[in-house]
Design a protein around this ligand. Structure first.
Ligand SMILES: NC(=O)c1ccc[n+]([C@@H]2O[C@H](COP(=O)([O-])OP(=O)(O)OC[C@H]3O[C@@H](n4cnc5c(N)ncnc54)[C@H](O)[C@@H]3O)[C@@H](O)[C@H]2O)c1
Length: 243
């Protein structure tokens, strides 16, 4: 397999698992993250396992940084077939207490980041008349979340952006979809929980609405990159019912 994928948030809990899983399938991986150290670690681990990965530092909210990420991927591999926008942040804070900067920070990374990375991907993919763009939204984007309204609003934005971009890119044979994992055990999902509260969450069996397992997300992404979904676009896939 010669396909190349950029995974933003590639050093994170979900992103790193995705990088490892897709590398094992034979894809070439650009592990893109704000944390250069984290991206280096994931890429080195993949290379050690005998697959191909390159680390790149990126700030997804900065257009110059996103352009440099695309350039580096094209310099390294000559092409980019897929872009997975996985970088994201959240914090728990009530709207009445939320500083404007906190709203802007979450919107900039979660929503503008998806816009900038998708835009850069589309510009590269349109002349080739092929490509797939995936983003991580969240069930919070449809169900809401108290003390994380900025996060929920950013993810609702990702869902609407995905539908809109899918319509724009369909004539160019490029699909655009979003995945919503459900609560998954990563540093992000522990925010706002005590270790005791999180342990209780962990004890709920997955089939009874417990935590999403990371390999479920990798499996869904594999499906969305497969030939079986070549005509699937503008969709948002939920691994758990948003509540
Ligand atoms: N964990 C969950 O329960 C859950 C549920 C639904 C959706 N999500 C979404 O999944 C995605 C991955 O989350 P995770 O749980 O793996 O969290 P995580 O905190 O483990 O990973 C997020 C990664 O994004 C990176 N990042 C942050 N700001 C960045 C920037 N400006 N530019 C580039 N990279 C940046 C971080 O360095 C980190 O490696 C996020 O978009 C999150 O909103 C997570």
């Amino acid at each position: 397999m010669n396909e190349v994928i950029i995974v933003t948030g590639g050093a994170g809990g979900i992103g790193s698992e995705l990088c490892r899983g897709l590398a094992a399938d034979g894809l070439k991986i650009m592990v893109a993250d704000y944390s250069k150290e984290g991206a280096d670690k994931v890429a080195a681990e993949i290379r050690q396992a005998g697959a191909d990965a390159t680390a790149v530092q990126v700030d997804v909210g900065n257009p110059q940084s996103v352009a440099a990420m695309m350039d580096q991927a094209i310099d390294r591999y000559g092409q980019v077939d897929y872009v997975f926008c996985g970088a994201g942040v959240m914090d728990r804070i009530a709207v009445v207490d939320m500083p404007e900067q906190e709203w802007d920070r979450v919107m900039r990374i979660n929503l503008k980041g998806v816009f900038l990375c998708s835009q850069a991907a589309a510009k590269h993919m349109i002349p080739k008349n092929q490509g797939r763009i995936l983003s991580i939204a969240s069930g919070r984007g449809v169900a809401g979340q108290p003390r994380a309204a900025h996060y929920a609003a950013s993810k609702a934005g990702v869902i609407a952006f995905t539908k809109s971009l899918a319509m724009e890119l369909a004539p160019h044979n490029i699909t655009v979809n979003a995945v919503c994992p459900g609560a998954t055990d990563t540093p992000m999902s522990r925010i706002g929980f005590t270790p005791e509260q999180f342990k209780k969450r962990e004890e709920i069996p997955p089939l009874l609405d417990g935590l999403t397992q990371k390999d479920e997300i990798v499996g869904l992404v594999r499906y969305l990159l497969s030939d079986a979904t070549r005509y699937v676009t503008g969709q948002t896939f939920f691994l758990r019912t948003p509540k």
